[in-house]
Design a protein around this ligand. Structure first.
Ligand code: PSU
Ligand code: MN
Length: 311
């Protein structure tokens, strides 16, 4: 643990998270791009609060991560969360952007890649989110591949997600993870990589384990071997909140087409598609998004608890 390192004066950790880290108790990191760029106010705040309380009810600490005024913030008060959830000029921060956004003292929502990097810096090894970034459709010419995938290949943090949206090329996303040496694991009866709004993408996972403690054990083996890569845990949206396959695939087709027509590029692509899909589905996608985030928080907490309980 390097938290006492005076060189880390720019990391501002809440008391409860600091205590948990110090005492070797379970901690689950949470990203903030889902709040700043993935959902509207007040649902974004409501989602973060509920994810935190789900994690805490399992006996783990919740570490919501963002960049605020030249500092890395880990764990926030409700007022700080409210400010972040309402803020307009927030930068979407990938791992590479962290030092620049700190230097510029800007407000930043951390993506999966940035959150993993910060979690790892603080000794947090489990992280719950909605969906990971991936290989975009048409990446053969645009080269738009989320830096989340690269970060997963070099940062030992377990990311619990509901797969990737089919705004992405899921087949290529899984190929890329395979090439980069990132295992993708399902639990229980999950045999397929989920497609975020729906429970299955039709692409098979390499591994399915009976319960979260198996993931915790795998993390420990990686740790013992000094392995650098992360692990993706694929947790499908709960059945009752999964969307109709046809409705969501039509919405995605239309959103992707509109993004192309409007020339939306780079880091704007994902937020544009998310907000279009929400409009097209009259908000139904937002409810699905919130529910899968809760389910991922619950599973991540179980893995974190399992990890600290390994003898
Ligand atoms: N996918 C979602 N919701 C999200 C994101 C992805 O279903 O909010 C966010 C995450 O923060 C993820 C980021 O890390 O978008 C990926 O962005 P990009 O494709 O620009 O790498
Ligand atoms: Mn991109």
């Amino acid at each position: 643990m390097t938290l006492k390192d005076p060189n880390l004066y720019f990391v501002d950790i809440s008391k409860s998270v600091q205590q948990a880290i110090k005492n070797g108790l379970p901690v689950v990191a949470l990203e903030s791009t889902i709040i700043t760029h993935g959902m509207p106010y007040p649902e974004n705040k409501q989602t973060a609060l509920k994810m935190q309380s789900i994690i805490e009810s399992q006996g783990a600490a919740a570490a919501l991560i963002a960049l605020v005024d030249g500092k890395i913030k880990i764990g926030m008060t409700e007022q700080e969360l409210d400010d972040l959830a309402k803020a307009k000029d927030v930068i979407k921060v990938a791992a590479k952007d962290i030092p620049l956004v700190l230097a510029r003292r800007k407000l930043g929502g951390t993506t999966v890649s940035a959150t993993m990097r910060i979690a790892n810096l603080c000794g947090i090894n489990v992280f719950a989110t909605g969906g990971i970034g991936g290989v975009h459709r048409g990446a053969q010419t645009t080269m738009d591949i989320s830096s989340d995938l690269e970060e997963l290949s070099r940062t030992p943090v377990t990311v619990v997600c509901s797969g990737a949206k089919s705004i992405l090329d899921i087949k290529l996303t899984l190929e890329f993870l395979e090439t980069k040496g990132v295992p993708v694991v399902g639990i229980g009866d999950t045999k397929d990589f989920p497609a975020f709004f729906t429970r299955s993408s039709g692409y098979a996972l390499d591994h399915t384990v009976p319960d979260p403690t198996f993931v915790a054990q795998a993390m420990r083996f990686n740790e013992l071997m000094g392995v650098k890569n992360g692990i993706v845990v694929a947790n499908p949206v709960p059945k009752e909140y999964a969307m109709d396959e046809k409705i969501i695939s039509d919405a995605i087709e239309n959103a992707v087409k509109e993004a192309q027509e409007k020339g939306i590029k780079g880091k704007e692509v994902t937020p544009f598609l998310l907000s279009k899909i929400k409009d097209i589905t009259a908000g139904k996608s937002l409810e699905t998004n919130m529910q899968l985030a809760y389910s991922n928080a619950d599973l991540a907490a179980k893995i974190a608890v399992g990890f600290v309980n390994i003898k």
